[in-house]
Design a protein around this ligand. Structure first.
Ligand code: HEM
Length: 266
């Protein structure tokens, strides 16, 4: 039986994208839930010292009011922006509630810009640094968020929907770079720990995963956009299969992050 009897190349590509979206949403919402319970819980109870129950580069520092506010608000903003991003990708929301798409889009782009700026402050002002390679990667990630969130917002204001979609998808993936980094480190740990390889913040594995956390999603997106435009069946089937495999990998990484990284501190 040929593949085209099961589904057309376009249909297959849509299914691949849908599988990717479902796996990403499950993993990202697990991250959002952790942020809400951990950072939101400590903020609501006023137990700011409890923020250090989890390892941070620079967590709560007694007396550093400005730095603590930046740290806590950055993490909480990260949760809101991650949650808001999901809804922008749901076609039914865009079709049935265009007003919601517009307002949620303003929230997403606005908070993405502020969160990227406060992240840059935490890194370079407060000095929360893990090493030169990681600093360079997160800084480029932050600058690209500023660039693509602005481009996506501007093209929406101009009514250029084709450009808006492309730039908004790039902004979405870049904003989720911090989430990709966490599941990437978990996956690297699952593969490398049994081989006796330790992951340290300045080593090649951590720095490699840091760059991959935003470069790889951007590359896959460009290939997806090309496959969408292609009139040939093979690139579309290949992309659909790639997205299906990536969904499984992301699901495994998210489950590992939830079990080993987030649940133990809640
Ligand atoms: C806009 C997308 C971003 C989101 C959604 C986000 C989300 C978060 C979250 C949830 C945390 C708390 C993490 C935890 O304790 O597990 C965090 C911490 C942090 N983020 Fe971001 N972030 C973003 C962008 C950035 C950027 C662009 C930078 C740097 C240029 C950055 C630098 C930091 C730093 C330095 C910390 C504190 C790390 C520590 O002291 O442990 N973030 N971010």
């Amino acid at each position: 039986m040929t593949l085209s009897r099961i589904a057309s190349p376009a249909q297959m590509l849509r299914w691949g994208a849908a599988a990717w979206f479902v796996a990403a949403t499950v993993g990202q919402w697990a991250f959002v839930l952790f942020i809400l319970l951990f950072f939101g819980g400590h903020a609501l109870s006023g137990d700011l010292a409890g923020l250090n129950d989890k390892p941070h580069v620079t967590g709560y520092v007694p007396g550093d009011v400005f730095g603590n506010v930046q740290f806590l608000s950055h993490a909480l903003m990260g949760g809101v922006v991650t949650f808001a991003g999901t809804w922008q990708l749901v076609p039914a929301v865009r079709r049935r509630w265009p007003g919601l798409h517009r307002w949620n889009g303003r929230l997403f782009f606005g908070l993405s810009l502020v969160a990227a700026l406060s992240g840059l402050y935490l890194t370079w002002g407060r000095g929360s640094q893990l090493g030169p390679g990681s600093n360079l990667s997160i800084t480029l990630n932050g600058l690209l968020i500023l660039a693509f969130a602005t481009l996506a917002w501007r093209s929406a204001l101009k009514g250029d929907i084709v450009r808006h979609r492309r730039h908004a998808l790039r902004a979405f993936l870049l904003v989720n770079g911090v989430w990709f980094l966490r599941i990437g480190i978990m996956l690297a740990g699952l593969v490398l720990a049994p081989l006796g390889v330790r992951i340290d913040y300045q080593g090649a594995v951590f720095v490699g995963v840091s760059f991959a956390s935003w470069l790889l999603p951007l590359t896959v997106l460009e290939l997806y956009l090309r496959a969408e435009r292609s009139t040939r069946a093979v690139p579309r089937y290949a992309m659909a299969l790639t997205l299906a495999l990536l969904s499984l990998v992301m699901f495994a990484g998210s489950a590992a992050a939830a079990v080993f990284m987030w649940l133990p501190v809640l």
